[in-house]
Design a protein around this ligand. Structure first.
Ligand code: CP
Length: 307
């Protein structure tokens, strides 16, 4: 695996190796020593769209592993792309200054252009409405912490399934590792999961069930509820507040979930996930975000020092 653009780039053994390594890092950061295995390596973070978790957790991960970090948090304004340089040229050039790059991109498909240009491993930190493979890995890591052995989990995505790149990547990853039979997608009909994701799931023997209204019967049998915000910064879908509100997380929905279920959200959140739910025992969204550190340490080690 040279680049990490899509979860399609990862066979099951890569996924499970990264998860296993992340688990070691989580234990070692708490109780032991970290081998500074990336000493003398440089991570370059080139972000064309805003980020809190992805950029900071990658930067912290590289620091823990002994490497250095250079980068731009606002490359649209501060790189020479602002002067008309192509994305290809930009990534070709910067790949000569570092050992690994994490990029975040405004448009779907830009991560592939960057990877084609880059001479060093390129990690997609999110490309428009496309994919966010490192988020999918940390989501899967969190799911495995609470459901380590189950093979027939009921996973339900609630929210903007059309433009939520984390939804696309996690759904595909769950189909690759085959610990689900059916994935439920609940959303307004204008925000339904793209057909190519359903085809990807069906080709791997996973049924995609689509619901365009809140389905309490589905919530009641869900092991992992994955909530996402409406991606209003992307192409316009005009929905009234009342229409969107039908897909918000509530205390009532929390109460309907089975006892051992968990609720995840990639964050950032808006009104769809009220902070009044933060202390519910099923609420795992902050743990999920913190797991990003260990998983991204594992990804960097895997790509930069694979032995
Ligand atoms: N979940 C996620 O990608 O968060 P950021 O946009 O803050 O990186």
């Amino acid at each position: 695996m040279k680049h990490l653009i899509s979860v399609d780039d990862m066979p099951v053994y890569h996924i499970e190796n990264i998860i296993c390594l992340a688990d070691d890092y989580k234990n070692n950061l708490r109780y032991g020593e970290i081998d500074r295995v990336l000493k003398n390596k440089i991570l370059l973070t080139d972000f064309y769209a805003p980020s809190t978790r992805t950029r900071f957790s990658f930067e912290a991960a590289m620091n823990y592993l002994g490497g250095s970090v250079i980068g731009s948090e606002n490359a649209s304004e501060f790189s020479s792309v602002a002067k008309g340089e192509s994305l290809y040229d930009n990534f070709r050039v910067i790949s000569g200054y570092c050992d690994v790059i994490v990029g975040r991109f405004i448009h779907e498909g830009d991560a592939k252009i960057a990877a084609d240009a880059s001479l060093v491993p390129l990690i997609n930190g999110g490309d428009g409405s496309g994919e966010h493979p490192t988020q999918a890995l940390l989501d899967y890591f969190t799911i495995k912490e609470y459901h380590p052995t189950e093979r027939n989990l009921v996973v339900t995505f609630l929210g903007d399934n059309l433009r939520g790149r984390t939804v696309h990547s996690l759904a595909k990853l769950l189909a690759i590792v085959k610990n689900v039979k059916t994935i439920n997608f609940i959303s307004h009909k204008k925000m339904t999961i793209p057909s190519h994701i359903c085809e990807f799931l069906n080709d791997r023997g996973v049924y995609a069930e689509l619901y365009c209204g809140m389905e309490h019967a589905i919530i009641k049998k869900t092991d992992v509820l994955y909530v996402t915000r409406t991606q209003t910064e992307r192409d316009g879908i005009n929905l009234s507040e009342n229409e969107i509100k039908k897909y918000h997380m509530t205390q009532d929905l929390m109460n309907m979930l089975p006892e051992n279920s968990i609720v995840l959200h990639p964050l950032p959140r808006n009104e769809e996930l009220p902070s009044s739910l933060d202390n519910n025992p099923r609420a795992k969204w902050f743990e999920q975000a913190w797991n990003g550190l260990y998983v991204r340490m594992a990804i960097l080690k895997y790509l930069c020092h694979p032995y």
